[in-house]
Ligand binder design. Structure first.
Ligand SMILES: Nc1ncnc2c1ncn2[C@@H]1O[C@H](COP(=O)(O)OP(=O)(O)OP(=O)(O)O)[C@@H](O)[C@H]1O
Ligand SMILES: [Mg+2]
Length: 466
């Protein structure tokens, strides 16, 4: 809170106490004067205030006024100025930590220190709120962030799949969140209390993969000096996540298919089979349909795991999610690194939106973390981004007058449109973000982010009444 916003309710109007002068040390501040409680309540509903001063010269008793104010905004610090002090009223007012009670005779002397005390409390609360919002995810589903239609469809599929026991194939480019999907399905399923066992089919040497997956008996092969349970059995009662499934060698594909069909495993070198109860979630970023067509992946296994397919959209197709994710990663990085960086500048958002993100969310996360770690400015700027990102996305027009690339020109148009749209919208609603978001059919968080990006704030659209 830089400039405290104080609302005064005093039936005597500007002829009452000289509030501006009494609060001189707090300047600059924004002071609004209301004669009547009703008008003040209206202001409270529309705007955010840091402090209310209530002078109960006539009309209802101060504790009644206070109760009405509290109902409108339970957090708001209040100073009550009472011309006819009574112990009961004073006690009622002082019960709350965020309320001061001043007798009218003492008001001139004590108003300022009281206001300072209460404002420092609300400054602390405002800081806590910023922190809380930074940590809280704007729209999240089981660890996912993003509200684009494509991702909402993914969430809904995950929910439906989790409730059943079918095997699932997750496809999508690298870094799109395939492992996150697997974990979300497990976490939302009846198996959540059971194990989640990831197997990286590409990282384990072929020679070891069979016994890793299915286990072995003692003496099954040279070096097998003890019997060992495989990962499939390990996942009994839970979820087996076969990552990079396209790398699974063909002979093992056949054996895996048997396990999935029979729900039984035979360890290497064993005679009998053991029953297992697993759900398989497999993931690949390779074009698996094409691999099937070319014979590099068994068609029968493909049909078996492709019962339900969740295809993650590339980040570049998720529209506004890029900004949402970037902001979240920036806040988190600043907090983790203990850097006093206030996020990313507007032109950074423009560059990020124009880049094609071959490494998707993982790449975005790395780019943003790096910018937060390197920057020397209050907000990370374009110069803190890797050259290849800026070169590929095109600098925004403001800092590159000669930009003529399609993406740069489009970003420029979009930015101009956004600013005009927001200005008109906020003017229409006098800075009431909730009402504006409703009209624009945008989530409030998105609207706030857009406003922030264009340096607009609701307060400057409020019609001042004096
Ligand atoms: N929608 C999202 N919201 C927040 N974080 C995400 C989202 N999608 C991915 N991430 C994060 O991005 C990183 C990459 O995700 P993940 O490992 O699930 O991708 P992947 O598709 O398995 O990639 P690869 O194909 O390279 O294995 C992780 O740190 C993950 O937490
Ligand atoms: Mg992965």
């Amino acid at each position: 809170m830089q400039q405290p916003r104080i609302i005064v309710v005093d039936p005597a109007g500007p002829g009452g106490l000289p509030y501006s002068r009494l609060l001189a040390r707090l300047h600059p501040l924004e002071l609004r004067h209301e004669r009547f409680l009703d008008a003040a309540l209206g202001s409270l509903a529309r705007d955010a205030w840091d402090l209310a001063i209530l002078a109960a010269r006539s009309g209802p008793r101060p504790d009644t006024l206070l109760a009405s104010l509290r109902k409108a905004d339970p957090q708001l610090p209040v100073i009550v100025i009472d011309p006819k002090p009574e112990v009961a009223t004073a006690r009622a007012c002082l019960q709350a930590e965020t309320c001061d009670y001043l007798e009218l005779d003492r008001a001139e002397a004590d108003l300022e220190s009281s206001a300072e005390r209460l404002l420092s409390g609300s400054r602390r609360r405002a800081a806590e709120e910023v922190l809380r919002r930074a940590v809280e995810r704007p729209y999240s589903f089981a660890g996912f962030l993003g509200e684009s239609p494509a991702m909402r469809e993914v969430y809904s599929l995950i929910e439906r799949v989790a409730a059943s026991s079918v095997d699932v194939l997750v496809t999508g480019e690298t870094g799109t969140g395939k492992e996150l999907v697997a974990r979300a399905i497990h976490g939302a399923s009846r198996r959540a209390a059971g194990p989640f066992v990831p197997v990286d089919c590409g990282a384990i040497p072929d020679a070891l993969l069979e016994s890793e997956l299915f286990g072995h008996e003692r003496g099954a092969f040279t070096g097998a000096d003890a019997r060992r349970m495989g990962l499939v059995e390990f996942a009994d009662g839970g979820t087996l996540f076969l990552d990079v499934v396209g790398e699974l060698p063909l002979p093992l594909q056949a054996k895996l298919l048997r396990v999935l069909q029979e729900r039984r495993v035979r360890r290497v070198g064993a005679r009998q089979e053991n029953p297992v109860d697993v759900r398989v979630v497999a993931a690949t970023s390779r074009p698996i349909d094409q691999m099937v067509a070319e014979g590099a992946f068994r068609r029968d296994l493909f049909y078996r795991i492709n019962v339900v397919r969740i295809d993650l959209p590339p980040l570049r197709d998720r529209g506004d999610d890029i900004g949402l994710l970037a902001e979240f990663f920036a806040n988190r990085a600043a907090q983790e690194m203990g850097r006093p960086v206030g996020g990313l500048s507007t032109d950074v958002y423009q560059v990020l939106a124009g880049y094609h993100w071959p490494g998707n969310v993982r790449e975005l996360q790395n780019v943003v973390r790096r910018a937060i770690a390197l920057t020397r400015s209050p907000a990370a700027g374009i110069d803190d981004l890797p050259d290849e990102v800026v070169a590929a996305a095109g600098r925004p027009a403001a800092s590159d007058a000669g930009a003529s690339g399609f993406i740069a020109r489009r970003a420029e148009h979009v930015a101009r449109f956004e600013k005009q749209f927001l200005t008109e919208l906020l003017t229409r609603h006098q800075g009431d973000v909730t009402a504006a978001a409703r009209e624009a059919k945008l989530p409030r968080g998105t609207l706030y982010r857009l406003m922030k990006g264009h340096g607009l704030d609701g307060a400057s659209f409020r019609k001042e009444r004096t």
